[in-house]
Design a protein around this ligand. Structure first.
Ligand code: NAI
Ligand code: MG
Length: 497
C-alpha cells in the first residue's frame, strides 16, 4: 500500500513539436569584400561603392560598385565591340554551346548560388534551391536549343540580332530574372549589359565567374551594379539598341517616356494585382495550398502573386477558416533554414511600403488576421496577413503591395468574378479553381491576364510565354515568343514589298 503513495516520477516526454533548426551552411559560397564592375571580361574599379547587406539581420556582405554613366558607357562599348568582333556572326550552333555550358555550370554550382541568393535577398533556401536555381538553368538549356533554329521559329522572316541589349532587373528573383533576360538575348546573337537591382547584386556578380568558366568571349555579357541612376544611364546611352526592364510600373512608364521616338526597342514587365478565383465546386484543401503558394511564396515579392482572392459566397466561411488555420503552420524566419516557409522582406524600404499599405487597409475598414508568430529581432520581417471584409475600392484591393498580404473578396456568379477580377489597371496573371473544365476555358477567355493558371498557381516553365496586359507591361518573355523582342526581321523583303 505504501508503494502507491509514492509520488509518480515525472516522465520526460517532449511537449514541443516545433521543427529543430536546420540551417544550410553558408561556407559553400565565398563572398569577396569588394566587387568591381564586370566589363569586357575584366573587373573594372568603380569610383564609388555602396554596401550590400543580408536582409535577415542587416549584416554587411560586400562593397559593390555604383556605376556612373561613364562606367555604363564603357560596358556598352565593350558589348558593341564583342558584337561586331564575332559574336553576332557566330553560327547559332556555336552560340548554343556556350549557353549549354552556362546551364551546366549553374546546375553544378546550384547550392552555392542558392545560398548566396537567400543570403542577399532574404528568400527561403527551400525556394532558391528548388525553384530559382533549377528554373534559371532550365532557361539557359531551353534557349540554347533555339539558338540554331531561329529560321524555323520565324520562317520566311530572316531573323537577325539587333545589337546591344540593356537589361534592368529587380530584386525579387535576381538570378532567375538574369536568366530570363540573358539567355534569349545571347541565343539570338546579341550582346548584353545587365544591371541587377541595388539590393541584390551578388548572384549576378557570381554569375560573372560562370561566364569566365564557360569561356564566353569577353564583352558578350557585361554586368554593371548600382541603383536607379545606373539604370537610367543605361536607358539613356545612345549606343544601346534595346531595353528590357522588369520592375515597378512607375519606372517602366518613365523608361517608356525616355525612349519614345528614339527607335530603340523596349519590353516592360511591370507590376500586378492578380485575382485568384475559387468556385464552390473546387477542391478546397488544394485551393488553400494554391492560395498560400500564390501569395506567401517569396514573401509575396512576386509580380504575378495572387494578391486578390475571390471566393464564391457559398464557400466563403469554410474557405477562410481553412486558410487561417493553414497560416498558423507557416514558419517565418531565417531564410537559410531549410524548414522556413516565409523568409525576410527584401529591404527596409519595401517593409515600410508594406506597413503603410496594411495600415491603410485597417483604416479603410478591412478586418485583419495574422497568425501568432515570433519574428526575429534583427532584420526585416512581416507576418503573413489576410484581410477580409475588403471592398473593391480599398487601396489593398487596388495597389500592388508586393508583400505577404492577401485581400479576400467575394462573388456570386462567374460573370461577377470576371468583372471584379478585371477591375484593375494591371493584367499579368490570374488563377481559377473549379472542377469544371468548361468553366476554366470560359474564364480564361474573359480574364484580361497574360497567364491564367487553372487549379494551380505560380507554375513556370521556360517554354511558356509570360507577360502582361495594360499597366503590367508589354512583350513576352519565355517560349518562342521570348525570342522575338531580341530579333529584327526583314519582312518587307521576304514578302516581296
Ligand atoms: P524599381 O522599379 O525602382 O526597381 C527595379 C529596377 O529598376 C532596379 O534595378 C532599379 O535599380 C532600376 N531603376 C530604378 N529607377 C530607374 C530608372 N529611373 N531608370 C532605370 N532603371 C531604374 O522598383 P523598387 O523601387 O525596387 O520597388 C518598388 C515597387 O515596384 C515594389 O514595391 C513593387 O510593387 C514593384 N516591383 C515590381 C517588380 C516586378 O517584378 N514586377 C519587381 C520589383 C518591384
Ligand atoms: Mg524604385
Amino acid at each position: 500500500m505504501a508503494e502507491l503513495d509514492k509520488p509518480q516520477r515525472e516522465i520526460d516526454v517532449p511537449s514541443d513539436w516545433t521543427y529543430a533548426s536546420a540551417p544550410e551552411s553558408r561556407d559553400i559560397v565565398q563572398i569577396r569584400e569588394r566587387y568591381g564592375l564586370f566589363v569586357g571580361g575584366e573587373w573594372l574599379e568603380p569610383a564609388e561603392t555602396y554596401e550590400t547587406i543580408a536582409p535577415r539581420d542587416e549584416e554587411p556582405l560586400a562593397a559593390v560598385g555604383q556605376a556612373s554613366p561613364a562606367d555604363v558607357g564603357r560596358a556598352v562599348a565593350a558589348a558593341r565591340t564583342a558584337y561586331a568582333d564575332g559574336w553576332s556572326s557566330l553560327p547559332g550552333s556555336e552560340r548554343a554551346k556556350y549557353l549549354f555550358r552556362i546551364a551546366r555550370i549553374l546546375q553544378e554550382r546550384s547550392r552555392e548560388f542558392a545560398v548566396l541568393e537567400s543570403l542577399n535577398g532574404g528568400k527561403p533556401i527551400k525556394e532558391s534551391r528548388d525553384v530559382d536555381l533549377p528554373l534559371a538553368a532550365a532557361h539557359f538549356f531551353y534557349y540554347a536549343g533555339w539558338a540554331d533554329k531561329l529560321e524555323y521559329a520565324f520562317p520566311n522572316r530572316r531573323p537577325r540580332p539587333i545589337g546591344v541589349a540593356g537589361q534592368i532587373i529587380p530584386w525579387n528573383f535576381p538570378l532567375l530574372m538574369l536568366a530570363w533576360k540573358i539567355a534569349p538575348a545571347l541565343a539570338c546573337g546579341n550582346t548584353v549589359v545587365l544591371k541587377p537591382a541595388e539590393t541584390t547584386p551578388l548572384t549576378a556578380l557570381l554569375f560573372a565567374d560562370v561566364l569566365r568558366q564557360a569561356e564566353l568571349p569577353p564583352g558578350v555579357v557585361n554586368i554593371v551594379t548600382g541603383d536607379g541612376r545606373t539604370g537610367a544611364a543605361l536607358v539613356e546611352n545612345e549606343d544601346v539598341d534595346k531595353i528590357a526592364f522588369t520592375g515597378s510600373t512607375e519606372v517602366g512608364k518613365e523608361i517608356q517616356r525616355r525612349l519614345a521616338g528614339t527607335g530603340k526597342k523596349l519590353t516592360l514587365e511591370l507590376g500586378g494585382k492578380a485575382a485568384n478565383i475559387v468556385f464552390d465546386d473546387a477542391a478546397l484543401d488544394q485551393a488553400v495550398e494554391g492560395i498560400v503558394n500564390g501569395i506567401y511564396f517569396n514573401q509575396g515579392h512576386v509580380c504575378c502573386a495572387g494578391s486578390r482572392l475571390f471566393v464564391q459566397e457559398s464557400i466563403y466561411e469554410p474557405l477562410v477558416a481553412k486558410l487561417e488555420r493553414r497560416l498558423t503552420t507557416l514558419r517565418v524566419g531565417d531564410p537559410l533554414d531549410k524548414n522556413t516557409d516565409v523568409g525576410a522582406i527584401n529591404s527596409a524600404a519595401q517593409l515600410e511600403k508594406i506597413r503603410e499599405l496594411v495600415a491603410s487597409g485597417e483604416e479603410e475598414g478591412a478586418e485583419i488576421y495574422q497568425p501568432p508568430c515570433v519574428l526575429p529581432e534583427k532584420g526585416y520581417w512581416f507576418v503573413p496577413t489576410v484581410f477580409t471584409n475588403v471592398a473593391q475600392s480599398y487601396r489593398i484591393a487596388q495597389e500592388e503591395i508586393f508583400g505577404p498580404v492577401l485581400s479576400v473578396l467575394t462573388f456570386r456568379t462567374p460573370e461577377e468574378a470576371v468583372e471584379k477580377a478585371n477591375n484593375t489597371p494591371y493584367g499579368l496573371s490570374a488563377g481559377v479553381w473549379t472542377e469544371k473544365g468548361s468553366r476554366i476555358l470560359w474564364m480564361a477567355q474573359r480574364l484580361r491576364a497574360g497567364v491564367v493558371w487553372a487549379n494551380t498557381y505560380n507554375r513556370f516553365d521556360p517554354s511558356s510565354p509570360f507577360g502582361g496586359y495594360k499597366e503590367s507591361g508589354f512583350g513576352r518573355e519565355g517560349g518562342r515568343h521570348g525570342l522575338e523582342p531580341y530579333l529584327d526581321f526583314e519582312e518587307s523583303e521576304a514578302f516581296g514589298g
